[in-house]
Design a protein around this ligand. Structure first.
Ligand SMILES: [Zn+2]
Length: 208
């Protein structure tokens, strides 16, 4: 075979290779533009940040401590019952179960950013559900054996306020379902995922 005919034979192969890699690039770009990349970047940026100066998680007590009277003054009855007394609010009849707005969910007890709307999904359980916390350092876990079940309880690692439970039946990419009480959260609306990231970074900078 002369070189010219070898070249003409390989052109279709080359073209299909180029087309294939273009297709892969488009598919990847499409995936990257979904909210998943934003979830990860909010979480990654938080995890890479140093904690604010008032948040020292190395000790055996929570960095934010309040008296019972202070908790009662800060929280409504249902917030106090759930966040401070390990209660559970009623499913569906709570403010954030149906909340589809973009924004940041903070701990009701100390304003630590705990969850982003970009990881919220409809679990059908009647409680706000998230596939990941913003920063695993600020969401503590405890084995909970109440009600004859073994579950993993989650709480704010900064002030100890009870948040809910985490279950291993959530959506990808984590496979986790953080089932959280609205009463343990305060919601701050934001214009976009980027704006949520700015709010999160502000907290890590100690500006709030
Ligand atoms: Zn807290």
């Amino acid at each position: 075979m002369n070189p010219a005919s070898r070249l003409s034979r390989s052109i279709p192969v080359l073209l299909s290779l180029i087309a294939g890699s273009l297709l892969i690039t488009f598919v990847m770009a499409d995936n990257m533009s979904s909210s998943e990349s934003t979830d990860v970047s909010i979480s990654e940026c938080a995890s890479a940040c140093g904690l604010p100066s008032h948040v020292d998680l190395s000790g055996d007590r929570f960095p934010v401590v309040r008296t019972d009277a202070e908790w009662q003054a800060r929280l409504t009855d249902i917030q106090y019952e759930v966040a401070r007394k390990q209660g559970t609010e009623r499913p569906f009849e709570n403010p954030y179960n149906d909340n589809k707005k973009t924004g940041l969910y903070r701990c009701v007890g100390c304003d630590t950013p705990l969850f982003s709307s970009t990881t919220k999904f409809d679990s059908g359980t009647g409680w706000p559900s998230f596939s990941m916390p913003i920063d695993k350092r600020t969401l503590g876990e405890t084995r909970d054996v109440s009600y004859g079940m073994t579950r993993v309880e989650v709480h704010c690692a900064v002030c100890g306020s009870h948040q809910g439970h985490v279950f291993p039946d959530g959506p990808e990419p984590t496979g986790l379902r953080y089932c959280i009480n609205s009463a343990s959260l305060s919601f701050e609306e934001a214009e976009s995922a980027e704006a949520i990231k700015v709010l999160v970074e502000k907290w890590y900078d100690g500006a709030e």
